[in-house]
Design a protein around this ligand. Structure first.
Ligand code: UDP
Ligand code: MG
Length: 140
């Protein structure tokens, strides 16, 4: 399996509860390396651009409000099969469905406030990494 990079966000519900380190420990235990990371606060427009694939969904406005409500931690994770591995460590979107030991099972508050984002495919990972990080910020 190839070395891959994926894009991750530690969401406002998690930064508010001081869970950045606990979530990074889950990534590292799974063999994912945090190769870039910054704590920032998005505007609602920036959150809307990031989540524009969901623009027609009923939860879109609430999702954008939430993502802009408090700081997030934007990250690039690297590892063998990082995209699928990260989705596995995150758990299902709805914490009620998330497998035991996953980030969402342990930390998520609801289907909306579910602690983490992770890219779902190589194409989206590339677009999402480039939206948040310049090449100079990716030191590996
Ligand atoms: N979301 C929501 N209600 C839903 C489905 C999704 O509020 O019924 C939010 C949730 O924060 C989720 C994000 O929208 O993480 C993006 O949804 P997606 O289906 O892409 O889930 P993910 O890839 O994050 O597991
Ligand atoms: Mg998604």
């Amino acid at each position: 399996m190839a070395l891959e990079r994926t894009f991750s966000i530690i969401k406002p519900d998690a930064t508010r509860r001081n869970l950045t380190g606990a979530i990074n420990a889950k990534f590292e235990a799974a063999g994912l390396r945090v190769v870039a990371q910054k704590r920032i606060q998005l505007s609602k427009a920036q959150a809307g651009e990031f989540y524009k694939v969901h623009a027609e969904r009923p939860f879109y406005d609430e999702l954008c409000e939430f993502m802009a409500s408090e700081p997030i931690v934007a990250q690039v994770l690297e590892g063998e099969g990082a995209i699928a591995k990260n989705r596995e460590v995150m758990g299902a979107t709805n914490p009620a469905d998330a497998a035991e030991g996953t980030i969402r099972a342990e930390f998520a508050e609801s289907v909306g406030e579910n602690s983490v984002h992770g890219s779902d495919a190589p194409e989206t990972a590339a677009v999402e990494i480039a939206y948040f990080f310049s090449g100079l910020e990716l030191v590996g």
